[in-house]
Design a protein around this ligand. Structure first.
Ligand code: PHE
Length: 451
């Protein structure tokens, strides 16, 4: 098996592949709605602090772990210390939880793409359009299934490489378009309030929930604490600088999220009034706000259609990487062959995702600890499981396996500049903060504390 392990051909190849997995709906859909909901500037500030501390530490650990062992999560932990194989298993559970609901949002993107292509921009900009759509029993499930089947098809016929090549061209276009739309939005009358809300940290908006939301988002957006970066690391060549690559991925991923927010948050002020209700729309925010922006533009229908095609591509590359991860975890264990395993994973995703999708309509009576199904799955993976995986990663590497493995791996390409900082983060700051955040998340969800 190991001999056949492929490797990324060049430095940029690794960064681009990791970025293709990292950049997706997390940046374009999830980041803006969280930033809007959790206080704007203060959320951005906390996110940035977490990205350069916690994000840096975890990402470099995971990639080094993969490159050192040449194995994916379960094998990597087992190889270094038998007792910690279970961390790998826990990490593997995360993509199984995320994939179904990720594809539900993917389905929404297809629906909006079709809406724009068929010229229904003004209808889409109406206040009830989105709610009307997601509460229907059939349509959202159909678009969701289309998205899942597209993803599976790519995984089965194995044309990921082609898709990734295409996304190398399409992603930069998406970035430029996002920046262009952001500029259009922030120059509308009334946008200034929104820009201030988005950029200026206001301590009055701070709450522990802001930290929790920012951390969950960091994990989600950078594909951390779910074994994915370990797998990517296992394909990485020894002559690529780990420290530099991690920086590049972080900057790229954060910049895209930042501009997506700049396009959406000020628009909420322009088109929906910047009141709390408009800002706390949650998962629906992008789909409610953007059509209003496009409707107010000349050529908005066309620009909107192009925009949603690009979003769809970004979502697909991420979904493919999620689906791949599920398939390779199961296939490594059960050895059913890729095709059969992909079909089984697809059926699983279709069933669970359909239930999640219907959670907005006919199944909306299903509430788990006060959350609808999509929010619950999102909470379970991002606020509970990922912090647990991250804590265990820090502790197992920091105290049992010992950080020397990571230093050695990083130092194969020159000095590890942030070594001291990394060590303190890994052994002390990260685990302590993560435990606090996790305790808070659980207490809040269970209603033990009120914020
Ligand atoms: N990071 C991706 C995003 O921001 C989501 C993702 C998570 C993709 C895990 C692959 C694996 O959309």
């Amino acid at each position: 098996m190991e001999k056949k392990r492929g490797a990324f051909s060049n430095k940029l190849g690794f960064v681009l592949a990791a970025a293709g997995s990292a950049v997706g709906l997390g940046n374009l859909w999830r980041f803006p709605y969280l930033a809007a909901k959790y206080g704007g500037g203060i959320f951005i500030l906390i996110y940035l602090i977490l990205a350069v501390t916690l994000g840096f530490t975890l990402m470099i650990t995971e990639i080094a772990l993969g490159r050192n062992t040449r194995l994916s999560a379960v094998g990597a932990f087992k190889k270094l210390d038998k007792r910690f194989g279970f961390v790998g298993y826990l990490a593997c559970a995360v993509p199984f939880i995320i994939t179904p609901y990720y594809c539900v949002i993917g389905g929404w993107v297809i629906k909006y793409l079709i809406t724009f292509i068929s010229g229904n921009v003004t209808a889409a900009a109406g206040d009830e359009y989105f709610t009307g759509f997601i509460t229907e029993p059939v349509q959202p499930v159909v678009w969701f299934a289309v998205f899942v089947l597209l993803t599976s098809l790519v995984v089965i016929i194995g044309v990921e490489k082609g898709i990734e090549k295409a996304s190398c061209i399409l992603m930069p276009i998406l970035v430029i378009l996002t920046i262009g739309i952001a500029v259009f939005c922030i120059t509308r009358p009334g946008a200034l309030e929104g820009v201030k809300y988005y950029l200026l940290p206001d301590l009055n908006h701070f709450s522990p929930t802001t930290v929790l939301a920012a951390m969950g988002q960091l994990f989600y957006s950078m594909s951390l604490a779910m074994g994915i970066m370990i797998t990517y690391g296992s394909y990485m060549k020894k002559d690529v600088s780990l420290e530099k690559s991690v920086r590049q991925i972080e900057i790229f991923d954060t910049a895209i999220a930042f501009f997506a927010g700049l396009m959406i948050v000020p628009s909420v002020f322009v088109f929906s009034g910047g009141n709390e209700e408009a800002l706390s729309k949650g998962p629906s925010l992008m789909f409610i706000t953007l059509p209003k922006v496009f409707d107010s533009m000349k050529l908005g229908g066309f620009i909107g259609a192009v925009f949603f095609i690009l979003v769809l591509f970004a979502a697909l590359t991420s979904a493919i990487s999620l689906m791949e991860t599920n398939v390779s975890i199961l296939d490594d264990k059960l050895k059913w062959g890729r095709k059969k395993t992909t079909i089984i994973v697809t059926v699983y995703v279709l069933i669970v995702g359909a239930i999640v999708s219907l959670g907005f309509g006919v199944l909306d009576f299903i509430q788990i600890i006060g959350m609808g199904l999509l929010d619950f799955f999102d909470f379970l993976s991002n606020s509970v499981l990922m912090p647990i995986v991250a804590i265990l990663t820090c502790i197992s590497i920091g105290y049992f396996i010992k950080p020397q493995v990571i230093y050695d791996e990083i130092e194969t390409n020159g000095p590890f500049k942030m070594k001291k900082f990394y060590t303190v983060m890994l052994k002390w700051i990260a685990p302590i903060c993560l435990v606090l955040i996790l305790a808070f998340a659980i207490s809040e969800a269970m209603g033990w504390i009120k914020v």
